[in-house]
Ligand binder design. Structure first.
Ligand SMILES: Nc1nc2c(ncn2[C@@H]2O[C@H](COP(=O)(O)OP(=O)(O)O)[C@@H](O)[C@H]2O)c(=O)[nH]1
Ligand SMILES: [Mg+2]
Length: 410
């Protein structure tokens, strides 16, 4: 499995978006003889493999540093939400604790035991927590960065794994400094950053990256920079899984998510029109509407357009759910039904053959064969415009969520 090279992000001319070279060849061969269902089976098989990709993220640091709070924030959960890790408790666990992402259970955050306790000394720590199991490590430190953090980083690197430094609770630092006459948020943050970097450099760590984060105000400071960096450094297939699971707190993440979904639409459209498709005579289209509903729900959930995500976001930014819902035009995840999907398909039949522009990148490989298949083009167009709507809604929700109160006080 691991040696299959997916191309979700790169614009490799030799592979279809989201497929390996071998899968692309199989599809090309099937399409050459007009075998749409054969091509769809390749996609289905590939999707099954894809759904088994796991991403294991280790969160480590000293007890009380904010590990549990950070992993809750990263999973888009508040500390009190169902399924969240307990925070503010004295750590008693001696085992790494797994926390699945609520919508993407293959993304697993591991809350590791605190470093530096009598049970866990640095030289044996990584072995005790089975370091090999994780894709990368996030080291969390609050207040002062200490030698133990840098030593841990060095050890992780020696074991051939990647690590990222997070300096947590910066909202508290800002709050503590605010009363000073000479206060400047920028300077305070810079001072913290330099302190961390200096400590790391002392352990001969070259150009270390440090991210200043607050789990209480996760939309602020460096959390979106951290997410961008993690994404950039993951292998292509894991990157896709990780991206979809990220919280919707910054515009660049929303844009990347939309692109990632867009590049998958042709696969979903092909499966829907070629496997277990049922004729919809009024539209002269055959289609498996269930596949469409599943995809539409996934877009909504990944973009946070569901009741649970909205209520968590509302709480985080201290706004009402109604205020956020007001800017949403698409249906929420739970409301999506087969009838609704069919209605949208009807709308999509009326738009001519402009759809070709969307999958223009596939033409060099498979020619215009898809464009000639009416069911495919209608489904493709429908999913695309639904995704556009959802992504626009997510942008509006984000803008609303981050709006400062000044406006309401005019
Ligand atoms: N102000 C502030 N407090 C935090 C932040 N992260 C964690 N805390 C608090 O720090 C304490 C320890 O956090 P916890 O996540 O349980 O740390 P852990 O022992 O490393 O898992 C709790 O009381 C949290 O509420 C943060 O970003 N800002
Ligand atoms: Mg904890």
């Amino acid at each position: 499995m691991e040696d299959v090279k997916y191309n979700i992000f790169s614009k490799d001319r030799n592979t279809l978006p989201g497929l390996s070279e071998q899968e692309t060849d199989e599809i090309k061969a099937a399409l050459k003889i007009g075998d749409f269902s054969g091509a769809a089976c390749v996609v289905q098989r590939s999707d099954k493999l894809f759904n088994n990709i796991k991403l294991n993220i280790a969160i480590t640091g000293e007890s009380g540093a904010g590990k549990s709070s950070f992993l809750n924030a990263f999973r888009g959960l508040g500390d009190e939400d169902e399924g969240s890790a307990e925070t503010g408790v004295v750590e008693t666990t001696k085992e790494p604790m797994p926390y699945q992402h609520s919508k993407y259970p293959n993304v697993i955050f591991w809350d590791l035991p605190g470093i530096g306790t009598p049970d866990f000394q640095l030289d044996t720590y990584l072995k005790q927590v089975t370091f090999n199991h994780y894709d990368f490590f996030i080291i969390i430190a609050s207040e002062r960065f200490r030698a133990i953090h840098a030593k841990l980083a060095k050890e992780i690197r020696r074991m051939g794994k990647k690590f990222y430094f997070v300096r947590s609770k910066v909202d508290s630092d800002i709050c503590n400094e605010k009363h000073k006459k000479s206060f400047s948020e920028e300077r305070t943050l810079e001072k913290i950053r330099n302190d961390c970097v200096n400590h790391l450099c002392k352990e001969e760590m070259s150009s270390p990256q440090v991210f200043l984060v607050s789990s209480k105000e996760f939309q602020k400071y460096d959390s979106s920079e951290l997410q961008k960096t993690l994404l950039k450094e993951l292998e292509s297939h894991k990157k896709h899984v990780f991206l979809l699971a990220l919280p919707n707190l910054s515009k660049p993440i929303l844009e990347k998510k939309k692109k990632a979904f867009q590049r998958q639409i042709w696969k979903q459209a092909l499966k829907s029109c070629a496997i277990a498709a049922v004729p919809l005579p009024a539209l002269s289209v055959k289609c498996d509407v269930g596949i469409l509903v599943d995809n539409m729900r996934e877009y909504c959930e990944s973009f946070g357009l569901d009741d649970i995500s909205l209520s968590i976001l509302a709480r985080q930014v201290k706004k009402s759910v109604a205020e956020l819902k007001n800017v949403i035009k698409s249906p929420l995840a739970k409301k999506i039904s087969k009838e609704m999907a069919e209605e949208l398909l009807t709308e999509a039949t009326g738009e001519g053959l402009m759809v070709v522009k969307h999958f223009v990148s596939m033409i060099p490989l498979v020619g215009t064969i898809f464009a000639a298949e009416r069911s495919f083009t209608v489904i493709y167009r429908m999913l695309n415009s639904f995704l556009d709507g959802v992504a626009e809604d997510a942008q509006r929700v984000l803008i609303k969520a981050l709006e400062t109160e000044e406006k309401t006080n005019e």
